[in-house]
Structure formats: C-alpha cells, structure tokens
Design a protein around this ligand. Structure first.
Ligand SMILES: [Mn+2]
Length: 286
C-alpha cells in the first residue's frame, strides 16, 4: 500500500481516530472492557512492522468478522535494519488508525512507553541513536514542512489512549506491568479515570504500567490479584522467539519474523497452557 504523504489527509486520519479512541463505547476511564461473546486478538509491540500488520488485517478479516476485536500497542519507533535508515513507523501508525476509522467497533489501541515518551518528549536512546528524533525525521521525510502539525496530532492521539483492557472471562491486557517494587503501592484507581499529566509522568501509575520489566511469577500473581485477573497479557519485553510465559503472564512480540499474536475466545475460560497453545505466528498467515 502507498504511504500517506499528504499532510491534510494524515491529519484527518489521526484526528478522526483520536475522537473514536476518546469516545469508545467499550471504554470507561482508561480501561477497555470486552464481554463474553466474540474473539479478541491480542498482539505484542509492532514497532512499524507493516508486513505483520498486513497479515493481522488479513487474519482478522474485519469486513466479515463483526464479532472480532483486535488490540494494538507500541506501533511507532521502528528499529533500523541499516545504520542511518529513517524511521518511517508513521506509515504503520496511519495504516492502523485508518483501520480504526473503517472498523471503529473492532480496532483498539493501548498506551505504550515508546508512544508516551514521544508525546511527552522523554528521550529513549537505543545504540546511541535518539528514537524520538528519528521518528520526527521520518515525519519530515513524509510531510516536509507540515511535519510539525502532524506530530502535534500524533501527540494528541497518544495522550488520548486507554491504558489497559479486560475481558469478562478474566484476561487483563496492557503494554506491560509496573516494576516489581511498585506493584504493592500501585494505584488501580488509574483505570477508573482519564489519566492526568501527573499519572503519565515518571512516578505516576500510567507511566509505571507501561515501563515495568523483570517480573517473577510472584510479581505477576500480586498484580493479577490487584486487578482481579486470571491471566495477564502484555508486550514490551523483546521476545526473540515470539513469546514467553511467566506464571499467569504471557508476553507477546509482534515486531519481527518470529512475531506472534493471540486470538482469545471471549466465551471460553482458559488455562495458561490453553492460552499459550492458542498463540499464532505471523508466518502462519498467508
Ligand atoms: Mn515497550
């Protein structure tokens, strides 16, 4: 598909999707909820991987699957495959937001640390390169002198994102979990409200939720108890082979050739083993 390079069209896509994200009927505060009918497809980080997003769109076939929901997170900040290669993950973001416009009741997004850092201007460096700057350079390549306006709209979209999703069957999904030392004092009230600026800044619960790493099965159990969940599904921590299981936590990655996604039947109760067995590899999708 040809990337969008017309700034007016990009602004339309981003602003319309942002309104849909804000007014989602599935949303209360910063939490999305799904009932017990249909299927939710959870993914891991996408980081600009257009080939995997295209496969996900083919798998979901939303034009003939009204009961299927798909959750995406960490769409921006592509890892360059060659030095100096521009980050054009804006293309994936626009494709995904356009998908939301076509299927507003089926496509959902969650907050992530890369997106939040971009919106708040908190630098992330990877191998000495500034990922925020590289993303902005990609916007300049696509939109020239209108790049600043597009970036502003992207930042508005990011700040409108919900933080987590849960199913009636007890599956809780987010970009990550708070760091182990922050779980006990974690303010679960964050899910009942629209996040404030303080909630999303370092020290706030929204910030903690998307940045945590290094969880043991005990940490996972502690967080599951806090949010009354049977199963937790996240992305964030890179998974070379696509996924890992830590107690009742499953970590997914969707941003490379071994990437995976997880279709969950909303009418069904799963064991962790059954959920793990339901994981699909992108390479298995035509
Ligand atoms: Mn992340």
């Amino acid at each position: 598909m040809k990337p969008i390079t017309d700034a007016a069209r990009a602004l339309d896509v981003i602003r319309e999707a942002t309104e849909l994200v804000r007014d989602d009927p599935n949303r209360r505060g910063s939490l999305l909820t799904f009932g017990n009918a249909g299927q939710v497809v959870m993914t891991g980080d996408l980081h600009g991987n257009l080939a995997n997003l295209a496969k996900l769109q083919r798998f979901c076939a939303l034009e003939r699957s009204p009961g299927r929901y798909v959750i995406l997170h960490e769409l921006i900040h592509a890892e360059p495959t060659r030095p100096q290669e521009p980050d054009l993950s804006i293309d994936l973001l626009l494709t995904a937001l356009d998908w939301k416009r076509s299927f507003p009741d089926n496509v959902f997004f969650l907050q992530s640390n890369h997106e939040l850092s971009q919106a708040l201007g908190f630098e992330i460096t990877k191998g000495g390169r500034s990922v925020l700057h590289d993303f902005e350079r990609g916007l300049e390549l696509r939109f020239g002198r209108d790049a600043g306006r597009v970036l502003e709209a992207v930042n508005d979209y990011i700040l409108a994102l919900p933080l987590a999703a849960r199913t009636a069957s007890g599956v809780f999904m987010a970009h990550s979990l708070p760091d182990p030392l922050r779980i006990d004092a974690f303010d679960t009230g964050i899910f009942d409200r629209l996040p404030t600026a303080a909630d999303l800044e370092p020290g706030g619960p929204g910030h903690a939720l998307v940045w945590g790493r290094f969880h043991t099965p005990r940490d996972v159990d502690a967080f599951a108890r806090l949010v009354s969940a049977e199963h937790l599904i996240v992305g964030h921590t890179p998974q070379e082979m696509g996924h890992t299981v830590i107690g009742r936590l499953i970590i997914l990655a969707s941003d490379h050739n071994h990437g995976v996604f997880l279709p969950i039947d909303l009418a069904k109760r799963y064991t962790t083993e059954q959920l793990e067995a339901a994981i699909r590899k992108f390479v298995s999708v035509e």
